[in-house]
Design a protein around this ligand. Structure first.
Ligand SMILES: *Cc1c(COP(=O)(O)O)cnc(C)c1O
Length: 360
């Protein structure tokens, strides 16, 4: 018998979230960002469900290879481009677009004589200071790329926001202004917004939006869940109760004896732990659903197991369904307890978690 730990992916939610992104994006084209195995939802599964996207964004050429092997024919953009000269031939072979963010990549392209023109996205560092060319170099790099026979001259101009989830912050407005100034005299489509940029910064819409989180129903906006923002969670993580015991007042639960029973009380044990990707940092008090009743975990999260305070779930039985996050229990709430963001949790599913799909 396999373990009960199950991530159910809601394909209907993925599709309706894409439709909602399109409404918000107006005429802009939509790149569905599917890096990190589709934010943990399964790369090929997500790409099939989101086949209506104008492009997919991946972090690595290997993900592009997987998508092509799965028969995905959409445009695919490798968000950090080639890591070494040999990658150029692979990008061409797989017909992947490359983000070009560093001089070393321009040099590799200039030295490369292989194959048909590569489609490139020129990345500008407007203030995040991670990847990209300094604004004052953009015109020169753009001209150099357009002069290369191995580069398609229709270059997309892009940048990435550091803090677009702060809707009243000033950094994003400064990044937009910096981008506009650096690209004012250049031809090419503009691609600035991620999920939070799409929600909070209409001036940043451009001709392409690159959206990840919202497609999975995930929010990075503090205090707001994906559902609050009108999106549907695409993952439900669930397991079962495998034990219920009455533990006496004053006894302690689990590793490090970290939680002490204030009463004689029923304590449930569910088959999930950090070995599945449930965060070890989730403290006592982090909510779960037992059946449809809210309860809370108690004590340390173990590798394979969590303990649950069942005082509020008098009718709980071994075998009952336990939901760790999903439509009835926002993953953002769990992330807040665990001191992280929702993306980190869905990306963290390990190989022993079974996946299922439904059309909800
Ligand atoms: C991950 C990523 C995105 C998508 O960000 P979300 O917050 O998930 O929408 C967009 N652009 C780039 C360059 C990224 O790395």
């Amino acid at each position: 018998m396999s373990r009960a730990t199950l991530a159910t992916i809601h394909l209907g939610a993925l599709r309706s979230n894409l439709a909602r992104v399109r409404e918000l994006a107006g005429n802009a084209r939509v790149m569905a960002v599917v890096k990190a195995d589709g934010y943990g939802h399964g790369l090929e599964r997500v790409a099939r469900a989101l086949a209506a996207a104008d492009a997919f964004g991946v972090a690595a050429i290997g993900d592009g290879l997987r998508l092509r092997a799965a028969g995905i024919s959409n445009r695919i953009v490798v968000l950090s481009g080639p890591d070494e000269p040999a990658d150029l031939a692979e990008l061409r072979r797989l017909e992947l677009d490359a983000v070009i963010h560093h001089q070393s990549q321009v040099d590799w392209l200039a030295a490369d004589r292989s194959g048909p023109p590569l489609r490139v996205w020129l990345k500008i560092d407007t203030g995040m200071h991670r990847l990209g060319f300094a604004p004052e170099r953009v015109a020169e790099v753009h001209a150099r790329l357009r002069a290369l026979a191995g580069v398609d001259p229709d270059i997309v101009l892009m940048t990435h926001f550091a803090a677009s989830d702060e809707f009243d912050g000033t950094l994003t407005a400064r990044q937009v202004a910096c981008f506009d100034a650096a690209t004012a005299d250049l031809p090419g489509a503009h691609a600035l917004a991620n999920s939070a940029g799409l929600l909070g910064w209409p001036a940043a819409r451009g001709q392409w939006v690159r959206v990840g989180g919202l497609l999975y129903g995930l929010s990075v906006v503090a205090g707001q869940t994906g559902t609050d923002l009108g999106f549907a969670p695409a993952m439900t993580l669930s397991t079962k109760l495998i034990s219920i015991n009455r533990i006496q007042r004053g006894e302690r639960i689990g590793y490090a004896a970290a939680w002490q029973c204030p009463d004689d009380m029923p304590v449930g044990v569910a088959a999930i732990g950090y070995g599945d990707g449930y965060p070890r940092s989730a403290p006592s008090g982090t909510p779960v659903l037992v059946g449809s009743t809210r309860a809370a975990i108690i004590g340390r999260v173990s590798m394979d197991l969590i303990a649950i305070d069942l005082r509020a779930v008098a009718d709980a039985r071994v075998g009952d369904h336990v939901v760790l996050w999903g439509r009835e229990l926002p993953v953002e709430e769990i992330a807040a307890h665990a001191g992280t963001i929702s993306y980190d949790l869905t990306c963290g599913m390990t190989r022993r978690v079974l996946f299922a799909e439904d059309d909800i």
